[in-house]
Structures are given as structure tokens and as C-alpha cells.
Write a protein that binds this ligand. Structure first.
Ligand code: NAD
Length: 427
């Protein structure tokens, strides 16, 4: 059949993506090491797609601007055209962007995720031997983290200490809610921030995590929270999450919240039998854990960490810690997805790595594996497998970038360019 080689935009119908043979994919280089790892990822993806489909499929990359390059060329760090291109093309690849600490403009990353309502930050954590790891059995790590991306303290609603807004809020608490005012240790010198967590926002991310776990035949979904301290926000996240499981996935899941009720009403033995029956019949176990315990658990018993779902700040911390178990930020892929609209932007977990930028030292694996997630999202599994296999084989030869080599014995340290060339050779 005649295949059009014309570049076309991906379209979305009823939340499902329709991928043409030559989709236009916007990419943004980003700041710092961004251009180096983007170049590497695009070369590797293009080679794998060419090999897998022999020209019948290809990616038509379209550059969009953000960050320092955008500011230089357009005067804006996040031009409207960039957001519009992502909106019309639906799937994109992004490099890291700088965010000043404690001053200056708010995060462009957060702005993009909010603007495009990419509510799910999807971060799988998998071990590729012999990557360096502090664990005795790193092969037991195979977690998938769903981090809520649009709410929490990351909403950025903050008032500087001594500002009119902070004073007005404090006055409100003083007169309307004196018990809460009394909880503020130093009211006169406090900056204030808000932590919005909604049932809508919590339920859509937990729903996505459960759907992913069912589709991928995972064993459990753990809702991570600090509901012991923050009853309404973090506790709300947990309770709304259990509600979704119990109401919408009652036949496919087993809720540990109901399990506790069963134990209280009918005794431990009855609850134990019900749990065993659920496991034997392959039901997905929905449980929860206080997030600080999850940090301990993921190091002591990483095999217990299956699909995880949590609020924005918890997820940000935990995903970096999980990355450390399998080699570090150099090999931590991610995606920002709206599973309802189908829009998705794939990006590495790491930032701009200013200490190694421009030195051909960066490990491109995070963005390469983010591209693998993108290929799988497009349904291009053969190309995705080619990239992943070439990466596994290159590691197996102990040829790695400097961030890995300095933690491994008998490893050959490669530059970004040399490592990319090895992957291309294998493909
Ligand atoms: P970072 O992730 O940039 O770097 C932390 C450490 O990890 C550094 O030592 C760095 O050299 C190393 N590292 C990171 N990526 C690496 C790679 N690919 N290969 C080898 N080593 C790598 O975090 P940071 O230094 O805290 O932040 C720098 C900037 O990046 C900040 O402005 C921050 O806001 C921004 N940031 C952006 C994103 C994003 O765009 N998604 C994410 C995180 C941080």
C-alpha cells in the first residue's frame, strides 16, 4: 500500500492518539546539558526507527523554544508559540530548563505542566545491569511512580514574609481562625504558602495509576502520603484514592482500607483469608504507606515497591531517591501525561546539570529512555525495543559515561558522543 511520507500531526480521537507514519514531534533542547543529551537521544531514536521500519516510518522533529535560547531569540523564556505547538502536536520531547532558586521567575516546567494540564508525572525506575547501585540486589528494583503534577505546594501560591498579602492572611487567621493562628510559631516573620489538594486532582491520578497497573499486570498500587500530619490534604489524597479503587475498580482490586474494616468486624483470620483469596485470583492490591516509610522501604525492600502514586512534592523527592538505586539521575526517564486528552511531553528527571554542561560528559540515558517511553506511547514497540536492547548491551560491555564509570570497577569511561556512537553501532 502507498505510504505517505508527508509529515503529519498526531491527532487525538476520544482520548486515543492516532499516530501517522511520519508524525511531527516538537522538541525543546532545554538549558545546560539539554542540547547535548537531546542530540544524542534524537540520533538514537532516528536510527532505531529507520532500522525497525526501513523508511516506512520516521519522526519529523520540529524545534520549539523555551529557556535561555528562547529568551535570546524571542525575548520570552516561554513563547506562546511553544505551548501552541505542543498543544497541536500532542506529543513532544523536552530537555531540562533552568529555574532560579529563591528568587526570580517561577519554574517554566511547572508552568508548562499546568498550562497543558499534564497531570500525571510518570517515572518508571528499572535496573540495567551492571549500572552502579548502593543495593545488594538492585535487580529487585522495578517501580513505577505516578506523581501528581498540577497541585500541592507546587501550585506556587506563596506570599513573602511581611507582604501585604501575608499580613492580610494572618489577620484573617487571627480573627476568623484563632486556633490556626496560634499554630504559626513566628507569625510576624512568616512567609506563607498554600497546599491545594482536590478530590478531582487526586482521583484522576490514582485512576491513571490503577489503569496502568491493571494493563501492565502489576501486583499492587501503593498510595503514598503524609496523611498522619496533613489530614485533609495528604489524608484526603489517600481516602479519595481508595474511593476510586473501591467504586470504579471493585471487581479487579482488593482494597487494604476495606481489609482493615473486615479485620475489625470479622477478625484477623477472615481478613487474612480474604487477602489470600484476592492474591490467588490475581487481584490488584491497593494499599497505602506514609511516604517517609516508603523511602526506607524502597531501600530495604525495593521489591515491595511496585506501582506508586503520590502527591507532587512527595513524588519529586521520592523519584530522585529511587533513581539513586539504579545508577542515579543519569538514567531516570519520565513523562508528563494527560491520560484524558492524550497529550504527553517526555523528559528526563534530571535538571540542567550546570556543573558538567558543555563538556560532553552528560549521561544521555535519561532522555534516551524517556524517548523509549515516547516510542512505546506511539505504539512503536519495535523501535523502542531496539533502543533498550542496544543500551543494555552497551552497559553489559561496561562502556558507560563518567557518572557511572567513577562508581564501577573495570568500566570504560565514554564521553556523551562516544557513548552515543556505541549505541548507534549496536542499533
Ligand atoms: P540536576 O539534576 O541538574 O543535577 C544534579 C546532579 O546530577 C549534578 O551533579 C549533575 O551533574 C548530575 N546530573 C544530572 N543530570 C546528569 C546527566 N544527564 N549525566 C550525568 N550527571 C547528571 O539538578 P540541580 O543541579 O539541582 O538543578 C540544576 C537546574 O536544573 C536548576 O535550575 C533546576 O531548577 C533545574 N531542573 C530542571 C528540571 C527540568 O527541567 N525538568 C528538573 C530538575 C531540575
Amino acid at each position: 500500500m502507498f505510504q505517505s511520507s508527508t509529515a503529519q500531526a498526531i491527532t487525538i480521537q476520544n482520548g486515543k492518539i492516532i499516530v501517522p507514519e511520519h508524525p511531527i514531534i516538537p522538541f525543546m533542547e532545554g538549558d545546560g546539558v539539554g542540547p547535548e543529551v537531546m542530540r544524542s537521544a534524537q540520533q538514537v531514536v532516528d536510527a532505531a526507527v529507520a532500522k525497525a521500519y526501513n523508511g516506512s516510518r520516521s519522526i519529523k522533529w520540529k524545534e520549539v523554544l523555551a529557556g535561555q535560547k528562547a529568551e535570546k531569540l524571542t525575548g520570552s523564556t516561554l513563547p506562546e508559540e511553544t505551548l501552541n505547538t505542543f498543544k497541536t502536536c500532542h506529543v513532544g520531547l523536552k530537555g531540562p530548563l533552568n529555574t532560579p532558586v529563591g528568587e526570580g521567575a517561577r519554574s517554566l516546567n511547572v508552568a508548562m505542566r499546568k498550562e497543558l494540564d499534564l497531570y500525571a508525572n510518570f517515572r518508571p525506575v528499572k535496573y540495567y545491569p551492571p549500572a552502579p547501585s548502593p543495593l545488594l540486589h538492585p535487580e529487585r528494583v522495578n517501580a513505577v511512580l505516578f506523581r501528581e503534577n498540577t497541585e500541592d505546594v507546587y501550585a506556587g501560591i506563596e506570599f513573602a514574609a511581611g507582604s501585604d498579602e501575608a499580613k492580610a492572611l494572618l489577620e484573617f487567621f487571627k480573627t476568623q481562625s484563632p486556633e490556626n493562628y496560634a499554630r504559626i510559631r513566628f507569625p510576624e516573620s512568616s512567609a506563607l504558602g498554600l497546599k491545594p489538594i482536590s478530590s478531582d486532582g487526586s482521583q484522576r491520578i490514582v485512576r491513571s495509576a490503577i489503569e496502568y497497573a491493571l494493563q501492565n499486570k502489576r501486583k499492587s498500587v501503593t498510595i503514598l502520603h503524609k496523611g498522619n500530619i496533613m489530614k485533609f490534604t495528604e489524608g484526603g489524597f489517600m481516602n479519595w484514592g481508595y474511593d476510586v479503587a473501591e467504586k470504579e475498580f471493585a471487581t479487579e482490586t482488593y482494597s487494604m482500607r476495606l481489609h482493615k474494616r473486615l479485620a475489625a468486624e470479622q477478625g484477623e483470620e477472615a481478613a487474612k483469608n480474604a487477602l489470600k483469596e484476592a492474591k490467588d485470583s490475581g487481584k490488584l492490591i491497593i494499599k497505602d504507606m506514609i511516604v517517609d516509610a516508603a523511602f526506607e522501604r524502597s531501600i530495604a525492600h525495593p521489591e515491595d515497591m511496585d506501582v506508586l502514586v503520590t502527591t507532587n512534592l512527595n513524588g519529586d523527592y521520592l523519584s530522585d531517591a529511587l533513581a539513586a538505586l539504579v545508577g542515579g539521575l543519569g538514567i531516570a526517564p519520565g513523562a508528563n501525561i494527560n491520560y484524558l486528552t492524550g497529550d504527553a511531553i517526555f523528559e528526563a528527571v534530571h535538571g540542567t546539570a550546570p556543573d558538567i554542561a558543555g563538556k560532553d560528559l552528560a549521561n544521555p540515558c535519561s532522555l534516551i529512555l524517556s524517548s523509549v517511553l515516547m516510542l512505546r506511547y506511539l505504539g512503536w514497540m519495535e523501535a523502542a525495543d531496539l533502543v533498550e536492547n542496544s543500551l543494555s548491551q552497551t552497559f553489559a560491555n561496561r562502556t558507560v559515561t563518567a557518572d557511572f564509570a567513577c562508581q564501577m570497577e573495570n568500566a570504560v569511561s565514554c564521553s556523551t558522543t562516544q557513548f552515543t556512537a556505541l549505541l548507534l553501532q549496536r542499533i
